[in-house]
Design a protein around this ligand. Structure first.
Ligand SMILES: Nc1nc2c(ncn2[C@@H]2O[C@H](COP(=O)(O)OP(=O)(O)O)[C@@H](O)[C@H]2O)c(=O)[nH]1
Ligand SMILES: [Mg+2]
Length: 253
């Protein structure tokens, strides 16, 4: 089994990508399941094979501990860790070739609390990877793009497992804009140019320094444009994951 965690800022398209990718894999006869790890979600675009809401109920946490929704979500993030043994057993019983894990809407609940890396470490000993989403519309602005680079570097730093980077909702931008952002992700000079042309003063200096710091760390964030609405780019994402996990073989063999 291979396990892929889908991570990204709130609304970046994690849940819809989990849905579209799993449907796509099923069409090519791959053995795939989805785990919902977002305790606060009300509706999902897929029927989860494993659902954290069977273990943790946000409304009862709010009532029992007199918490608001944010407090309850933070508490829930930590409570997931206590359930890791049961979750791990469920994952094993799913017995699929690929498990997609849809993580909490608010990324920091998963990535920046102690429970996240603990869960990733303990959930399974099978090979794992992360798909990190850059929201297309948000990434259009070079300052936002560089901030997101930093977030993805921080996520990589927390989990230290193979990480691949997706430019999500690519259907929302004209192809030319998508190409530009992909160019920033593969070509440091292109990013430098757009920062110089579009940002002034402190924003320019900070963005440049942040960019240089990322490159100095040796981190690369080649973006794969993907649309969960049109399925554009899903084949490329699949290829990268197959390369990470199986040296190019199908997940099912
Ligand atoms: N046009 C378009 N909208 C998308 C795409 N992916 C997600 N969305 C929309 O963006 C919003 C947030 O998506 P969701 O998957 O719930 O984000 P999450 O919070 O990261 O799980 C929803 O309204 C989705 O319908 C996409 O590829 N294209
Ligand atoms: Mg979601």
């Amino acid at each position: 089994m291979f396990v892929t965690f889908i991570v990204g800022t709130a609304g970046s398209g994690k849940s819809l990508l989990a849905s579209a990718f799993s449907e796509w894999l099923k069409m090519s006869k791959q053995d795939v399941a989805i785990a919902n790890f977002d305790p606060g979600v009300l509706t999902l675009p897929y029927a989860p094979d494993l659902d954290i809401r069977d273990y943790i109920n946000i409304e009862s946490l709010m009532k029992e501990y007199h918490l608001g929704p944010n407090g309850a979500l933070i508490m829930a993030a930590d409570l997931i860790a206590e359930q890791v043994e049961a979750l791990s057993k469920e994952v094993e019983e799913l017995n699929v070739d690929l498990l997609l894990v849809d993580t909490p809407g608010q990324m920091e609940l998963f990535a920046f609390r102690a429970s996240g890396p603990y869960i990733v470490g303990e959930l399974t000993k099978e090979p794992k990877a992360i798909i990190y989403l850059f929201d297309s519309v948000f990434s259009l602005n070079p300052l936002n793009y560089v901030s997101n680079l930093f977030l993805s570097a921080a996520v990589h730093n927390r989990f230290l497992i193979p990480q691949t980077h997706v430019l999500s909702k690519s259907d929302l931008l004209p192809p030319r804009e998508v190409d530009n952002i992909v160019d920033w992700s593969t070509n440091p000079k292109a990013l430098e140019t757009v920062i110089d042309e579009n940002l002034r003063g402190t924003k320019r200096l900070l963005s440049r320094d942040m960019m240089v710091a990322i490159y100095r760390l040796g981190l690369r964030f080649h973006l794969i444009p993907v649309s969960a609405k049109t399925n554009d780019g899903i084949i490329d994402l699949n290829m990268v994951l197959e390369r990470i996990f199986a040296g190019g073989d199908k997940f099912t063999y």
